[in-house]
Design a protein around this ligand. Structure first.
Ligand SMILES: [Zn+2]
Length: 369
């Protein structure tokens, strides 16, 4: 390692310690990194000059001078995440701690046409201007969409829902001059959930939205399979020769436990479905019971294979109450001989796919300072 590489490495270490602690004194950084006081002082000065770290008052004195509080400037950089689904898209701007600064939903349906990408670029540009986000602060834009994405996050490899098999980042870059990455929506949802569940190590994440997605989390990393990323749990066969799935098979989990399937022919929105369900409408009750039963079969099978916690997220999760969760757990464990020490089922009620898409840029930045 050359001297300048070593200096960059140490500077990065100092930044990451301040970032993790949020507020820290110079002496604590010195003792964590085992570097000299003058070296730490020099590295902090450089981070201050780069606009990444600031002095933030004083800690209480433990004898002698009060130590200066150092902290990261949370909005020194900003990342944009966009959830792009068939009916609308949502833009979310977050700071370096993942806090949502601005958020807007645009009810413009996705179309795989030039005019859509042009309008999309214009709206994102207006979002940036209207919130006075300086262009130089923007790390990039993560676009979460329904479709499996290549390993380098530049192209869709399978996009039957949005009919976007030919989609690459170039279509967006033509109208948006920022680093852009495409992210499978369930992977973005899992990333967001991981940010919220700091104590989860291994888990299976199921995103229950208009369509289902999933991601296997191992050691707080999203597992990348042989080709298709983060698992295709939604296309496991739940009912042999059952209902048709958009993938071409019959009886997939997707055909029974997606929000689309839950609402079909009964309610146009989740708000209305659950309003009727909680009022005791019989048809809604029957549909919901069947939905929970189907979901319980999938969860039991997945836990038998993976033996890990399950986190339920996506647009449906905020509507589930404790009674629903208890019913689901009862169905999962019913008649099973393997309930002792069975991993838990959690609800992730606050998952924000757009934020999950933006977190990739934040992670990259924090690791690269
Ligand atoms: Zn399928």
């Amino acid at each position: 390692m050359t001297n300048s590489e070593l200096k960059k490495y140490n500077r990065s270490q100092v930044y990451q310690i301040i970032y993790e602690h949020r507020t820290i004194a110079k002496s604590s950084i010195t003792s964590e990194l085992h570097l000299s006081f003058p070296t730490i002082s020099q590295l902090i000065t450089e981070l201050e000059e780069n606009g990444l770290v600031t002095k933030n008052g004083f800690f209480e004195s433990t004898g002698g001078r009060k130590p200066i509080v150092f902290s990261c400037i949370s909005d020194a950089r900003i990342a944009l995440g966009i959830e792009l689904i068939k009916e609308h898209f949502q833009i979310t701007a977050i700071d370096l701690y993942g806090e949502i600064l601005y958020e807007e939903v645009y009810h413009i349906p996705f179309e795989n046409k030039e005019s859509f990408f042009q309008q999309f670029g214009k709206i994102v540009g207006q979002f940036i201007i209207s919130h006075n986000i300086p262009a130089e602060k923007i790390l990039g834009i993560g676009i979460a969409l329904q479709g499996l994405v290549s390993f380098d996050k530049t192209a869709i490899t399978y996009g039957a829902i949005l009919k976007n098999n030919d989609l690459t980042i170039d279509r967006f870059k033509k109208y948006l001059d920022y680093p852009i990455m495409l992210i499978h929506d369930s992977e973005a949802a899992a990333t967001d959930t991981l940010w919220n569940f700091s104590n989860i190590k291994d888990a299976l994440f199921l995103s229950l939205s208009r369509n289902i997605g999933g991601a296997l989390i191992i050691n707080r990393q999203i597992h990348w399979g042989a080709f298709y990323p983060s698992g295709l749990f939604e296309h496991m066969t739940l009912i042999p020769n059952g209902a048709a799935c958009y993938c071409g098979k019959k009886g997939c989990l997707e055909a029974y436990c997606s929000v689309k399937n839950l609402l079909e022919g009964l309610s146009p929105t989740l708000d209305l479905f659950f309003a009727h369900l909680r009022e005791g409408e019989q048809l809604h009750q029957i549909r919901w019971n069947q939905f929970l039963l189907n979901l319980s079969i999938a969860i039991d099978n997945l836990q038998m294979a993976l033996n890990c916690d399950v986190i339920l997220g996506g647009h449906l999760a905020p509507y589930l109450n404790q009674e629903d969760l208890n019913t689901l757990i009862l169905l999962v464990t019913k008649d099973s001989a393997f309930n002792q020490g069975r991993p838990a089922i959690h609800l992730s009620k606050k998952s924000c796919i757009a934020r999950g898409a933006a977190l990739y840029q934040i992670r990259q930045f924090i690791d690269s300072v």
